[in-house]
Design a protein around this ligand. Structure first.
Ligand code: NAP
Length: 476
């Protein structure tokens, strides 16, 4: 039987507009239906968040912290249900879906702890003559209503990275998850309700970004937008948002740099997981691998061999490493990109094959920086290997991109490490691992076209609050 899901507005599960079907991305079977929000539903959701904003701002810190801790406990208790929902609606291999749930438990736990650490500092106003006789300090105040818009590729933990810090810092929210993957978000909202979150503090609306998303981000009652998704949509949101705070977590063409002293067995294994996990549909997925020419041949051989060992199939099968892409159109798109690269001289070392929405893990060689598979975000299980004259040349090529989210560098040489840290213009430089590394409490976000602002609970809380200065004049 197909489950019927609802939207959440002001604490009520609502049927709203016409329903659409959510499919299992591997089998194509319908797993649930859920309504599309109408304009009046978006209005009602924002109004409910607006009403709840003062309540959330006044809620004692310990209560906010307890709700977040209870949510973490409920996620753990319901972890298998969350994991199978993610595997079905996003096509993510079950083992990685389980890992995503574990990470969301961490994100809520960290938020429950960070809620207690949100504090300001004193300002010595009498450091200037005009401040004599004044006592000063600043505090962080919640911005109010946050619009959270999330992508399909991490339907739980990327939603958690918006919801948990927003609530920890005393805000209310309207959440619009990706249309491909709304079910996990419904289950998360249910857990928050069960954990005691008051009505209106989180509202869930579902529907196309071009209508429902657009109504939300242009609503003048929204104080801040936190968006994770593609650079094109991010740019568009920035152009229509008006005067609001905006955080954008966008794409990347994640590079890896391999120095001649690196342990090639380790590099090949880490790069294969990093390139093909979630079918490469990860913003920090390994895409461009720059290897010193001294080790290019042995590395490439090991990488191709590891790539060929990946188990491809139904994501609900425990043994599977790589499931389908989110949609057949996406699989067609990457097939076209690879054909286009081949037409311009690229060589497929393994993969390059599609079956319905499944694209097989693929290694390309003989690529150049003019090809889409190098210059644009592939967001698919395709990685390119490129030989460079030396370490410095590898760094230069890795840096030669409009993006700047994360980069991985494999070397045991401390001087090379220091040079990489200094040269690379990325939000995160990961040494001896791939760009995929992320701990949920570290500052995370991109430079250049990869975005604006940082997430990572505490850093997101900073962006979800306003500094309020208090100056007290001594009256006698
Ligand atoms: P997307 O197409 O940009 O969609 C992201 C979200 O924006 C979805 O909820 C979408 O709704 C909504 N949206 C679309 N148009 C909108 C509009 N005009 N106004 C408001 N909202 C709108 O991205 P995606 O395909 O789901 O995700 C892939 C992208 O996300 C990649 O570029 C990836 O690099 C990036 N990403 C970045 C990070 C990071 O932390 N930096 C993490 C994960 C993913 P619909 O679903 O209805 O289209």
């Amino acid at each position: 039987m197909t489950a019927e899901y609802r939207l959440l507005i002001d604490g009520q599960w609502t049927a709203a507009g016409p329903s659409f079907e959510v499919k299992n991305k591997y089998s194509g079977q319908t797993i649930a239906t859920i309504p599309t929000a109408r304009r009046e539903d978006v209005d009602a959701a924002v109004a409910a968040a607006r009403n709840a904003a003062p309540l959330m701002a006044d809620m004692p810190t310990y209560k906010r912290s307890e709700i977040l801790a209870r949510t973490a406990a409920l996620l753990r208790e319901r972890s298998e249900d969350f994991a199978t929902t993610i595997a079905a609606e996003a096509g993510k291999a079950l083992k990685y879906a389980r890992a995503e749930v574990d990470r969301a438990v961490s994100t809520f736990t960290i938020a429950s702890e960070e809620a207690k650490r949100m504090h300001g500092e004193t300002v010595p106003l009498d450091a200037v003559p005009s401040g004599e006789g004044y006592f000063g300090f600043w505090v962080r105040r919640p911005v109010g209503v946050i619009a959270a818009i999330s992508p399909f590729n991490f339907p739980l933990n990327l939603v958690a990275h918006k919801v948990a810090p927003a609530l920890a810092s005393g805000n209310s929210l309207v959440l619009k998850p990706a249309t491909w993957t709304p079910l996990t978000a419904v289950k998360l909202c249910q857990a928050l309700q069960d954990a005691g979150l008051p009505a209106g503090a989180i509202n869930l609306i579902v529907g196309p970004g071009s209508t429902v998303g657009e109504w939300l981000v242009t609503d003048s009652r929204v104080d801040k937008i936190t968006f994770t998704g593609s650079p094109d949509v991010g740019r568009h949101i920035l152009s229509v948002a008006g005067i609001k705070k905006v955080t954008l977590e966008l794409g990347n063409t994640s590079p890896v740099v391999i120095a001649p002293d690196a342990d090639l067995d380790v590099v090949a294994k880490r790069c294969a997981v990093g390139a093909y996990y979630n079918s490469g549909q990860v913003c920090i997925s390994v895409q461009r691998i720059y290897s010193d020419k001294q080790v290019y041949a042995p590395f490439t051989e090991k990488f191709v061999k590891t790539t060929e060992s990946m188990v491809v199939g139904d994501p609900l099968d425990e043994r599977v490493d790589v499931g389908p892409m989110i949609d057949i159109q996406e699989a067609n798109r990457i097939e076209d990109w690879v054909h286009e690269a081949q037409g311009a001289g690229a060589k497929v070392l393994t993969g390059g094959r599609r079956e319905a929405a499944v694209y097989y893990p693929t290694v390309l060689a003989n690529v150049n920086s003019g090809m889409k598979v190098v210059a644009e975000e592939v967001f698919a299980p395709v990685a390119s290997v490129i030989a460079c004259d030396d370490f410095e040349e590898s760094l230069r090529q890795a840096n030669d991109t409009k993006f700047g989210l994360q980069v991985g560098v494999f070397t045991k040489d401390i001087d090379r490490v220091l040079k990489a840290v200094k040269w690379l213009n990325f939000g995160g430089v990961i040494i001896n691992d791939t760009p995929n590394f992320r701990a949920d409490h570290m500052p995370y976000g991109g430079n250049r076209q990869s975005g604006l602002g940082r997430e990572g609970v505490r850093y997101a809380m900073e962006e979800m609050t306003n500094l309020q200065m208090v100056a007290i004049r001594q009256s006698s």
